[in-house]
Each structure stands twice: as C-alpha cells, then as structure tokens.
Design a protein around this ligand. Sequence first.
Ligand code: FAD
Length: 383
Amino acid sequence: MSSNLSHPEIREEVARLCGRFPGEYWRRLDSDRAYPTEFVNALTEGGWLAALIPEEYGGAGLPLSAAAAILEEVQRQGCNGAACHAQMYVMGTILRHGSEAQKQAYLPKVATGELRLQAFGVTEPTSGTDTTALRTTARREGDRYIVDGQKIWTSRAEHSDLMLLLARTTPRDQVAKKTDGLSTFIVDMRTAKGLTIRPIRTMMNHNSCEVFFDGMEVPAENLVGEEGRGFRYILSGMNAERILIAAECVGDAKWFIEKASAYAKERHVFGRPIGQNQGIQFPIATAYAHMRAAELMVAEALRLYEAGENPGAEANMAKMLAADASFEAANACVQTHGGFGFAEEYDVERKFRETRLYQVAPISTNLILSYLAEHVLGMPRSY
Ligand SMILES: Cc1cc2nc3c(=O)[nH]c(=O)nc-3n(C[C@H](O)[C@H](O)[C@H](O)COP(=O)(O)OP(=O)(O)OC[C@H]3O[C@@H](n4cnc5c(N)ncnc54)[C@H](O)[C@@H]3O)c2cc1C
C-alpha cells in the first residue's frame, strides 16, 4: 500500500493500544458472550472511532484509508473490531443526508463516545438479502412516526444508544420503484417505548440481536433526509463499509499467517520443524499471496474512494477477496497447529469462528458475484 494510504504511525499507536488486550481478555469474553467494554472505551478515548467524523463536529476528520488502517491493525493484533466498527461508519448516513440540526445534535456526541450510534437495523427475517421486501413499517401520525415490525441480526443493539433504522413508509405496491418508499430514522433506543431487544447466541461472540417494534414512536424530526429516499441513503454508505470490512479481513489474514508461520518454525515433529515440510509451507504461502492480492484491491478501492470516484466494483471485490483470504489463512492456521488449532488457549479457533462471518455479512459472496456479473460484465440481472 502506498505510504499516504497505509498510515504507519496510526498502525503503531493502535497496535500499542491493542497490546493491552491480549488473547486471554478475548477468550474470557468469548466464553461469557460478553461485550468488550474496556476495549471499546480505550478505542473511544483514543479518538480512533471518531476518525471519519469531520473536525467541525468534534471528530478527527481523517480519510477512509486511516479508518481502514485502524481496523486492519485491530484485527492483526488479534482483537475484534466487530464490537464497535459500526460506530465509525453508521454516522456517515447522518453526515451525508441528515439536516444540520441532526448533525449538530448527534455527531459531536458520537465523536466523544457519549452517544453510541452503532446499531444498524436493515435485515429482517423474512426479507433477507432482498432489502426492499422488508416489512417493518413507519406510519406518520402528526409529529411522529409509529413503527411496527421486526429486525434480525442487529448487531450491538444492546450496546448502542441509537439505531439507524430502515422502514417502509409507503407500501411497495404504491411506489413506482420498489426501492422507493423506504425511509431512514434515528431511533433513540434509550427512551423508545415498544422496543424489545433479544440477543441471539451465535458461533462467535458478536452481540447480535433480534429487535421488535410494537407501536414504537419516533419523533418526525428523527427522519433522515426525505421520506421515501432511505434506501438510497443506506446504499450510499455501502462502499465505505465494504472497504472497511475488507481491511479487517486483511488484518485477520495477517494475524493467521504470522501465527501459523511462527508455529511452523517452532513446532518440531520427526526431529525437525514442521515448517520444513512443503505440505505445511505451501498452504500458508498460498494464503499469503491471496492476502496480498486482496490488500492491493483494498488499496485500489481506497484510492478511488479518496479521489471522489465510485469504487463500487473495487469495494465489492476487495470485500470478497479479503473475506476469502482471511478464511483461507484461518484454515491453514488451524491445520498448521494440528490438535492445538482446536484448543481455546491458542486463540486460533476463536479467530477462525470470528472471521468466517465475513463471507456472509454484511453482504454475502453470491451477491457480490451477482453485482460484478450484472454491473461490470453486463450480464442480465439474476434476481
Ligand atoms: C453475526 C451477524 C451480524 C449481522 N449484523 C447485521 C447488522 O448489524 N445489521 C443488519 O441489518 N444486518 C446484519 N446482519 C445480516 C447480514 O447482512 C445478512 O445475514 C446477510 O446479508 C445475508 O442475508 P440473510 O442472512 O438474510 O441470508 P439470505 O438472504 O436468506 O441468503 C441465504 C443464502 O442464499 C444466498 N442467496 C440469496 N439470494 C441469492 C441470489 N439471488 N443469488 C444467489 N445467492 C443468493 C445468499 O448469498 C446466502 O448465502 C448480520 C448477520 C450476521 C450473521
């Protein structure tokens, strides 16, 4: 990565912070399915989660490449940024489409961490990837909206003050395009009535939840931008989100590759290091090559993004290649460790479970392939 995109000084400081949160810290949380409050507080106090908030709203005003460097380094050090990465980018919807009053009300507090805006309510159990089929409705009544419906996989809902919610304000059969009639709201979960949060136990410690809305009232002033245009607002943040998740996967891949090569050098079987066998070397070397290729695609996506261009294809490819590379590296790391790859104290099995997610969320690999087939290669839309 070129030096203006790689931010070595940021990586160094983030690595130092992460050094205070070793494997045993994450293992304990994993076993208790608990939230890494101390880690998130440390990142917040360091100002790292406010990287993308402009200085006029109390943030650091850094470019996306700096945020990518922060998140990559968190993963590379064996920590898990999934607990708070959304605090960095969910606010982007308010920044780009919110009113000045909303920006003044929320962004400075998000920057200091006084407000956590890291819950993103889009996915629903019945609509799945087909977002425009979502069923949660928001009905205007005077100076408020009444929200009914359900979300699923709303990560960090229990550890967030605010949620960015996508709901249908005009029925699908009354709009010209199915992407119309959806609206985005800022929900204050601290005071909302008719809101129920139910955690879902998953294969990794991810604090993801089901969220139910039963006549929940949202003040009309919490509508972001124009009613009916919410789908576009959510889409406008997707490139940044994909690039940042890709950077995290590159960080994971680096952690696995470093861990696997170190173990391959030190573990002796048949009187020699296992890393002397090509059967051990080659899967790690292959994973390394794939990680480097993904890293280059992340850099290209960042370059285009920061030049003000639309890196839709590159952001999607970076996310797919990096998620594949991180899981390939994870698999090689488990294999290199033999039985110890399954032992909790090595952290390999935990990271293996954690990085598997990124082939499914926030967008699954098939949908990225569909995007490339349709929008880059000009083939017919498949769904
Ligand atoms: C731990 C976790 C955290 C998450 N956090 C959030 C969050 O904070 N906020 C939020 O809104 N969502 C969140 N999600 C949801 C996530 O974005 C979705 O799980 C993901 O987009 C896939 O949607 P789905 O689970 O409904 O799968 P489905 O849409 O049911 O798809 C199932 C499978 O079918 C494939 N498929 C579907 N349609 C097609 C097609 N046309 N062509 C080819 N293949 C297809 C998919 O690729 C997938 O592999 C999270 C999910 C998880 C597991």
